[in-house]
Design a protein around this ligand. Structure first.
Ligand code: TXA
Ligand code: MG
Length: 322
């Protein structure tokens, strides 16, 4: 694919990280590995740099971005952390957990990052490359997943290049797939400490809740219906019809089968039925299905428990026609 920019891919070693910091400082776009998926990073304090994220992704402007910070201390430059959010930020981060919290009115962030909301989404990623990069930059990094809006998320440098080659400046290649494989859990925490889950992900909120209750650190319990604004019904889509919860008998010869457990496929989430492995492999399987010559994708059932809840959330959105 050719585009406006000569996208360079470099190894995410010390030299690569220093180069990425330089490109970001100049307002450029860099795809960076995290423990969840690759992010498309730009400096969060620059209107021009953030505008380039929306342009490169073809992302609707009403969909705000996650701001990546080193730790709880840096988070407090941008947000008024409710008591329980502060405890999570100081003791549970770095983690695949994004906190949507009240934004500081004077926070130095590009307006488009929060899309006019009075809240901001903050995350400290648990990945050495992203942490090293944040340590080299004097600014936080706005970073959505590094894919064209609506398409399958990337868990490798090759997945990033599949839709963003020619549209961004640099890809930092970690040389291995992202460990978690699914986007962070998003937890909104209101000023009074009540919280709601906006997006299921790698962090099991019931376990987090129990942990904080047992250590006498209260966390509210408003499980709610509101959704993250960008949580469109169709998302993560491989660009061809997809059927879910397929049994072996329902498979047609022209289906690209994504297997799980006893059902083996053209590509398999986890032959031993392990849900963490399935989460880590989900987007790679969807990318393979997208690239395959077969016109349709059929997916074996995945148990609705633990991280399986987040896997099924992504599969349902991927199967929803645009
Ligand atoms: O794991 C992740 O979270 C990855 C890596 C790169 O960190 N990032 C990611 O970003 O998944 P993205 O842009 O694909 O998803 C961000 C989600 C969107 O659904 C957006 O609507 C929501 O976060 N969001 C951002 N700011 C928000 C806010 N102030 N209130 C509610 N939702 C917000
Ligand atoms: Mg995304």
């Amino acid at each position: 694919m050719s585009g406006k920019y000569a996208t360079e891919t470099i190894l995410a070693d010390r030299h690569g990280i220093a180069r990425a910091a330089e490109v970001l400082r100049e307002g450029g776009l860099v795809a960076v590995p995290t423990e969840t998926v690759y992010g498309l990073a730009a400096r969060a304090d620059s209107d021009e740099a953030v505008a380039r994220i929306y342009e490169a992704k073809g992302r609707p402007s009403f969909n705000p971005l996650i701001v990546h910070v080193r730790n709880g201390a840096q988070a407090r430059d941008y947000a008024e952390l409710p008591h329980n959010a502060g405890i999570i930020a100081d003791h549970y981060w770095p983690a695949p957990l994004t906190l949507v919290v009240p934004r500081k009115p004077d926070a130095r962030l590009a307006a488009a990052v929060t899309a006019g909301l009075d809240t901001v989404a903050l995350r400290s990623p648990n990945h050495p490359v992203m942490q090293a990069l944040l340590a080299e930059c004097a600014f936080p990094l706005a970073a959505p997943s590094a894919n064209r809006s609506g398409f399958v998320s990337p868990t490798s440098a090759a997945h990033v290049a599949a839709t963003l080659d020619g549209r961004i400046d640099l890809i930092l290649d970690d040389g291995r797939p992202c460990k978690e494989g699914l986007e962070s859990t998003i937890l909104a925490i209101r000023a009074d400490g009540r919280w709601e889950e906006l997006r299921p992900g790698p962090v099991d909120l019931d376990r987090l809740h129990r942990y904080y209750r047992d250590s006498a650190l209260p966390i509210g319990e408003a499980k709610g219906g509101i959704e993250a604004p960008g949580q469109l019904a169709s998302h993560y889509a491989p660009g061809k019809p997809m059927r879910l919860n397929i049994s072996s008998g329902e498979v047609a010869p022209d289906d690209f089968v994504i297997g799980f457990g006893a059902i083996s496929g053209d590509s398999t989430l986890s032959a031993r039925g392990d849900l963490s492995e399935a989460a880590a492999r989900l987007y790679a399987c969807l990318h393979e299905g997208a690239r395959s010559e077969k016109p349709r994708i059929a997916v074996a059932p995945v148990p609705e428990e633990g991280i399986g809840i987040a896997i099924n959330d992504r599969l349902r959105r991927a199967a929803t026609p645009t």
